[in-house]
Design a protein around this ligand. Structure first.
Ligand SMILES: Cc1cc2nc3c(=O)[nH]c(=O)nc-3n(C[C@H](O)[C@H](O)[C@H](O)COP(=O)(O)OP(=O)(O)OC[C@H]3O[C@@H](n4cnc5c(N)ncnc54)[C@H](O)[C@@H]3O)c2cc1C
Ligand code: FES
Length: 687
């Protein structure tokens, strides 16, 4: 930076003018972390006040002092207070000045006290309570601060006086900043593994000098390029993650999400992440659920959420040493509870026949009502196979002056079980995973809103009453579904368990629910290889006839189900392998990945040639013979195999025992597929 004093200096010009000009130049050329030391020579008697100039330039005095001035040439009248300096910062000083005589231990406790006061606002206590129970207004702060302090520090917290606590937490804005700073430090640990660096920090939101935070070298993108309200930004090559806190007003969050969407133009080069703060274990899960509701999707469009406790746990898991160095503990995240089973109405969007000749397969897409339907891969739904019909009795009966209407579901059958083939999310395009490349560690704790549109891919059985009925469904028909059912096997936990690669092997219609699984694996940035076994490719092509509702989509004429789904999800063609009974050529995947014969043989050959050294987990679904063979193959290669079992089901909730299968560990050697599964370790099944 150049400031030409010679040129600017004019003896008769007010010094205030010169100082203003100088500060303006410094402000424009430096980042937020840069402090300015303004040393002023003794006053020469002219009346001007440097503090006004400083304020006008939006600088703040962090610290003041005096220095020795060489006045040997007697240029000025000097008294002790004439030669003074001020340390200036660009915004409010990041930390109140700690008196030098403050005992060190008390200062070390300040961050815990501040976070506790911010996250658990003090409960007001009645005078009587304080007198008779001898509790002070600061007891709860002391108690909650102990939750964040490591053991050696939390002992000191017990003895810290109310007066000290009062001083530590007196500035509410700083309490909030200290919490934000902790989140910043945790995010830095998690993202370091994926070589993301902080490129912007808003010092009005984040505090420097706590948890080893130093803004030096941080602000390398301009403030103007970041929507107002964003707390900090991390970047890796061309991808940016913009973090915000939920203590902002809803309107601001809305604005940030829209701004980022506009900057990003659907490419996911800039992603908003909202950190949800509540740490009360009873409410964090509820709070996250509320944030993710489909009906709130417009508020935080195309954005992602993460919760503070999960962030803390992830930082500890990613780099324990760096986490311990912060000298702070974070609350344990709540263990996930099974999602409530709900009965909800689904409206058919399309029901498209698949297969070139005599199509026997169908792709049924439906939209659920806007209540959250939190289904994860491996789980299933029970679906009514014919539409709900509300009929009014011709001669309505009158009871208590009210007409009675009767709700009749005409299907005489029980609902049928189906896995989810694809799930779609509000404001996210169907192929959004093609562009999205989340940092691997952070991805496992990032959430989006719940999906609201789903697809099942089903086979109309020759003598199947339910599936034949399903094939008759038309656009606009409403059917009842129950779900989510089955155990929750979380794909996001696989990396934590040390798996480096996931193999997915499906046979026939068994591949359908595995596509949803691959969708989740891709989101969590797992390395996935897929093996599809089908009789012939023609069976997977879109039929050349319209669906009953006229939904045939010309654009998808040449598309092949499964393969196109995988490509849409962003799976590389080299990672898709197909085996058929007849030698069909598929142009979109390499010829070396196509095989004539059984998918089990193709998979065995692949493993032999790849000479796997990695820790692999495999998932499969399909005919029992195929899954049994795979159990043998994976045993040879020390691969953990999980199978998705399919059995006839009546209730889906563990009551009727119609779905039992023989297992080694089940009660009386039988397990219920609907509640103990449908995913089982292959080694558990008695084939
Ligand atoms: C967890 C789970 C997920 C499933 N996901 C899918 C899916 O994504 N796509 C899909 O097409 N199918 C799936 N199925 C199978 C599907 O539920 C049955 O094909 C369907 O219930 C048949 O209904 P239907 O009324 O047409 O047959 P029914 O009239 O009930 O039976 C017709 C014939 O099919 C046999 N049958 C029926 N159901 C089964 C079954 N589950 N296993 C073996 N034989 C059966 C019967 O023994 C009978 O001979 C899944 C099953 C389960 C348990
Ligand atoms: S379907 Fe009734 S117990 Fe499993």
């Amino acid at each position: 930076m150049r400031f030409d004093f010679e040129k600017e200096w004019q003896p008769r010009r007010a010094k205030a003018e010169l100082l203003k000009k100088l500060l303006l130049a410094v402000r424009e050329k430096t980042n937020y972390s840069c402090k300015v030391c303004l040393a002023l020579a003794p006053k020469d008697g002219s009346k001007w006040n440097e503090e006004n100039c400083i304020k006008e330039n939006k600088y703040y005095i962090e610290r003041k002092g005096f220095f020795n001035y060489d006045n040997s040439n007697k240029r000025a009248k000097v008294d002790d207070k004439s030669n003074r300096y001020s340390i200036l910062v660009k915004n409010v000083p990041s930390k109140p000045i700690i008196p030098e005589n403050e005992p060190n231990t008390t200062q070390q406790l300040w961050p815990y006290l501040r976070i506790a006061d911010y996250l658990y606002p003090r409960e007001k206590k009645s005078k009587n309570e304080r007198i008779f129970r001898k509790t002070s207004v600061y007891d709860s702060t002391r108690k909650h601060a102990a939750q964040f302090a490591p053991d050696n520090q939390s002992r000191s917290l017990k003895t810290i006086t109310d007066k000290d606590i009062k001083r530590a937490i007196s500035r509410k804005n700083f309490n909030k900043k200290t919490y934000h700073s902790l989140c910043y430090a945790l995010v830095s640990i998690v993202l370091a593994k994926d070589t993301y660096n902080a490129v912007y920090v808003d010092p009005t939101i984040i505090e420097e000098n706590v948890f080893g935070i130093d803004f030096h070298n941080v602000n390398c993108i301009r403030q103007q390029d970041v929507p107002e309200g964003v707390a900090f930004v991390f970047q890796n090559d061309s991808r940016k993650l913009l973090f915000c806190f939920d203590d902002q007003k809803e309107k601001i969050l809305n604005y940030i999400a829209q701004e980022v969407s506009e900057i990003d133009k659907g490419k996911f080069r800039s992603i908003c992440v909202l950190i949800v703060r509540d740490v009360n274990p009873k409410s964090i899960a509820e709070l996250m659920k509320d944030r993710r509701r489909v009906s709130r999707a417009d508020e935080w469009q195309r954005g992602f959420f993460l919760s503070f406790p999960e962030l803390g746990e992830k930082a500890e898991e990613t780099n324990k040493d760096a986490y311990l160095k912060l000298g702070v503990c974070t609350p344990d995240p709540e263990k996930p509870k099974p999602a409530l089973v709900k009965t909800i109405a689904a409206e058919v969007i399309s029901n498209i026949p698949i297969g070139l000749e005599n199509p026997s397969h169908f792709k049924l897409r439906f939209v659920t009502d806007p209540r959250s339907f939190n289904i994860i891969p491996g789980q299933f739904i029970m679906m009514a196979t014919s539409p709900l019909k509300h009929i009014r009795v011709k001669q309505p009966q009158i009871q208590n002056n009210q007409k009675i209407s009767i709700n009749i579901t005409p299907s005489a059958y029980l609902k049928r079980p189906f896995g989810i083939h694809r799930a779609f999310y509000p404001h996210f395009e169907e192929d959004y995973l093609k562009e999205l490349l989340l940092p691997s560690e952070l991805a496992t704790i990032l959430h989006t809103v719940y999906p609201n549109r789903f697809e099942i891919f089903y086979k109309r059985l020759e003598n199947g009453i339910g599936t034949s009925e399903l094939a008759e469904l038309k656009k606009g028909d409403k059917v009842e579904i129950i779900g989510p059912l089955g155990k929750r096997e979380r794909m996001r936990e696989l990396r934590g368990q040390g798996f480096e690669e996931v193999h997915v092997i499906g046979g026939g219609v068994g591949m359908a629910p595995l596509i949803f699984m691959v969708q989740a694996l891709k989101y969590y940035s797992h390395s996935v290889k897929v093996f599809i076994g089908t009789e012939n490719i023609g069976m997977l092509k879109y039929s050349h006839q319209d669906g009953l509702d006229g939904t045939f989509d010309v654009a998808s004429k040449d598309a092949t189900i499964y393969i196109n789904d995988l490509l849409e999800i962003g799976i590389e063609p080299k990672d898709i392998h197909v085996s058929t009974n007849t030698l069909d050529v598929i142009d979109v995947i390499p010829a070396t990945n196509q095989y004539q014969g059984l998918v089990t043989d193709q998979y065995r050959t692949y493993l032999k040639e790849a000479g796997q050294q990695k820790k692999i987990i495999a998932f499969t679904c399909g005919p029992t013979g195929m899954m049994k063979t795979l159990d043998g193959i994976t045993n040879d290669y020390d691969i953990l195999l999980k199978v998705l079992m399919e059995k006839r089901m009546a209730c889906g909730i563990g009551v009727c025992l119609s779905c039992v299968c023989e297992t080694k560990t089940g009660e009386g050697h039988y397990s219920r597929v609907c509640t103990d599964g449908p995913i089982f370790d292959a080694s558990e099944i008695i084939w």
